[in-house]
Design a protein around this ligand. Sequence first.
Ligand code: SAM
Length: 284
Amino acid sequence: MTSSTRSNSIVEVFEQAASSYDRTGVSYFEPFGTALVGCAGIRPGERVLDIGCGRGAVLFPAAAATGPTGHVTGIDLAPTMVKLTADDAARAGLTQVEVRVGDAQQPSFPLHSFDVVLAGMVVFLLPEPEQALRAYARLLRPTGRLVMSTPGAYDPAFVAAMDALAAHLPVEQPPPAPTAGPFDDEQTITATMAAAGLDVVAISEHRVESRFHDVNHWMRWMWSHGGRALLQHLPADRLDAATDDAAQVLESVRAPEGDLTLTTVGRVTVAVPQPGGPAPAAAR
Ligand SMILES: C[S@@+](CC[C@H](N)C(=O)[O-])C[C@H]1O[C@@H](n2cnc3c(N)ncnc32)[C@H](O)[C@@H]1O
């Protein structure tokens, strides 16, 4: 699979998921988005770019922080994500928000056009994350900052439930590869950022607890985001058995009040352009 077909297939997964993405009554992307914006220290009047904006988990708190005197541009390659988020922004009367189709791998904006570039749970999905970060560094003003979230640690029960589902994939279908790669731990993140012309200022960890009424609720949530990349390859006649196996695993995280409860740790990294700015693309 080439890097551009990988990118296309990921975007297709999110395009299919867009109408239910972050709308299944599960607390996950919203608290991570709020944490990311909290770390960004956005001031009223600032110009902000939100990369891979999805349904606005980062974009809407960012727009609240800039206020009407600032500006937030959200880009995403999934057209339905863009349309639904633009509609939500218009309905909320957020005149400082613009949402458009754009590629997170190579966002096309003039040099130094933003005070803040935000990237919530997206950079690790890109075919060439270091190259993308280098592009973001070029978009920042010299006093600007990049704030990015990446997965830290998944709940062991979540990983086991994914494995239970993956055991039902056809033999010729490899399970989706782990994606954290250049963002595996703080040291790797710092090195990845440095290679992209960015100095890390802070990395913080944020725990989010997600609750599900039962396995069917968990499966609805799984279809609504990147988990869909696995589910879509399960043969229809294996889906019930796969769900039953996941249900057994998830019983281990049933809370006393009855909900299945999964805890995820996400990392938020704040970085600033290196003095003198990133090297031009040709010099790499
Ligand atoms: C996990 S979601 C995160 C969305 C949002 N930032 C949030 O925190 O909820 C990843 C988003 O990135 C988008 N995406 C994936 N690859 C992209 C690319 N190459 N260019 C732009 N958007 C992309 C997907 O369509 C999806 O909306």
